[in-house]
Design a protein around this ligand. Structure first.
Ligand code: TYD
Ligand code: MG
Length: 457
């Protein structure tokens, strides 16, 4: 009998090694390598003996690009516009999509809603490994979804799932979740790196060969990365993440990788009694402000994918009791805050070295764009001086290390959106100054931080 092949696999990133070592040379984690027994290669190449099957589906001989049929890939709309937007227009047959998210984010709800709708136009199979069919049926009933088309199966064995593909011939397969799926050919426990990796590879391969849309649900670890191996993200065509806002009302769906579209799109849903409801015009959902304007708060326009989003930036600057004052950014980049405070000192002449500085984006939104710089600095100055900024003011612009205000993309569209929501004043980079201001709006175009701070509003 041939000796069973083994490998040492890192449980964080999934890299494998011939020999054990203390640190994974790929991801740098310590003590994460464990020995696993590999599946016999007999099983892996079952359909075409002697030749490995690629993830790209049917393997084909080399041809020049022009000979390859490039007729537009048809897309299947899911019936949920926000979901389609993130997917780049709909589901592509023969593609594998990974939906990640924290427990309770609403992954199962989202897929159940999408599948029940889709099942009327294409045969769909929902494989559940976490919830019982009764639970899912009850939920579908409560959400008044069409119950007569979607096939449901409780299964965690990947070989059984493949067999079900032959029996039911679905065009859409959902596996909820990939972490509980296991293969009999591997000795390691379900949920371990090698199981997740091999089962995902098997399912992806099957989906490509049959032209099925495969939707995998994946768990997310505490730090927000996908549980299980990174190799999973290389195999699949599209990876989307469902996140809940801090107050749990809204869910944002964000593309992380997409072979068929842009990744910067954001879909927004509200979690209601009737399941996930799409928020079609989300530009101002995070903007609920009280009547009284307090210091340290200003509204900015973020550009999320192809849409503007109005968010409120807050800052609190206060005398620090500590020798080493605190700088805390929630929803913003911490390092950027430190850098902006240095710019404020050097080019704005304002010293906050002995002050605690807290910055926050209201509504639990995360703003990673540099266009937040100017708004954040003005909020900090407003809080420091305890002078409220006008309620109808909107600000955006990147601040450079020399104290210059740099233009940001889509300046006109941001201004137009703010004007639509009744903002009457704007401070923008000179490079974004519009030829004609939106009606009813007074636009101040500034080239430097000093100029922005000198404005009398
Ligand atoms: P679920 O889809 O089970 O999350 P996941 O599969 O990502 O773990 O969603 C569960 C959460 O959604 C749960 O906390 C309750 C909430 N929820 C509602 O508020 N309304 C609803 O109609 C449904 C179905 C769920
Ligand atoms: Mg679930």
């Amino acid at each position: 009998m041939a000796k069973a092949k083994t490998a040492f696999v890192c449980s964080d990133c999934g890299s494998d090694y011939h020999k054990w070592q203390g640190q994974c040379s790929d991801c740098g984690a310590w003590n994460t390598l464990s020995e696993i027994r590999l599946a016999s290669s007999k099983g892996a190449g079952r359909s075409t003996p002697g030749r490995a099957q690629g993830f790209a589906g049917e393997l084909a001989p080399a041809r020049v690009l022009s000979e390859i049929d490039v007729s537009e890939v048809q897309r299947i709309p899911t019936g949920m516009t926000e979901f389609d937007r993130v997917l780049g227009g709909g589901l592509v047959p023969g593609s594998a999509i990974l939906l990640g998210g924290n427990p309770g984010a609403g992954k199962s709800t989202l897929l159940l809603q999408a599948c029940c709708g889709l099942a009327s136009q294409m045969s769909a199979l929902y494989v559940t490994g976490e919830e019982s069919p009764q639970q899912i049926a009850m939920r579908a009933q409560r959400l008044s979804l069409p119950l007569d088309q979607l096939k449901l199966m409780a299964e965690t064995n990947v070989e059984a799932i493949l067999a079900a593909l032959d029996t039911h011939q679905p065009k859409l397969l959902v596996v909820d979740s990939i972490q509980v799926v296991y293969s009999e050919e591997l000795s390691s426990a379900p949920g371990s790196v090698s199981q997740v990796r091999d089962c995902a590879a098997t399912l992806t391969r099957a989906a490509k060969q049959r032209g099925i849309v495969l939707l995998l649900v994946g768990h997310v670890t505490k730090d927000g990365s996908l549980a299980g191996p990174k190799v999973l993200e290389h195999m699949i065509d599209c990876s989307v993440l469902l996140e809940s806002s801090d107050d749990q009302r809204f869910r944002t769906l964000r593309g992380q990788k997409n072979r068929f579209g842009a990744v910067n799109e954001l879909g927004i849903f509200a979690m209601t009694e009737q399941g996930l409801r799409e928020v079609r015009n989300p530009s101002a959902i995070f903007l609920e402000r009280g009547e009284k304007q307090s210091s340290g708060s200003v509204v900015m326009v973020v550009w999320e994918g192809t849409r503007p989003l109005l968010v409120e930036i807050q800052a609190l600057v206060d005398d620090s009791p500590l020798g080493n004052p605190r700088r805390l950014a929630v929803g913003l980049e911490q390092n950027r805050l430190a850098m902006l405070l240095a710019i404020l000192h050097r080019h704005g002449g304002l010293q906050v070295g002995d002050q605690d500085v807290f910055a926050n984006v209201v509504g639990g939104v995360r703003v990673l764009e540099t266009s937040v710089d100017l708004a954040l600095l003005l909020a900090i100055v407003s809080s420091f001086r305890d002078r409220p900024l006008p309620r109808d003011l909107v600000v955006f612009g990147e601040v450079g290390l020399a104290g210059e205000i740099r233009p940001v993309p889509s300046g006109q569209e941001r201004l137009a959106e703010a004007a639509k929501h009744g903002f009457a004043r704007a401070i923008v980079p000179r490079g974004n100054a519009p030829k004609t201001s939106p009606t009813g709006m007074q636009v101040h175009a500034v080239a430097s931080l000093a100029e922005a701070l000198a404005l009398d509003l």
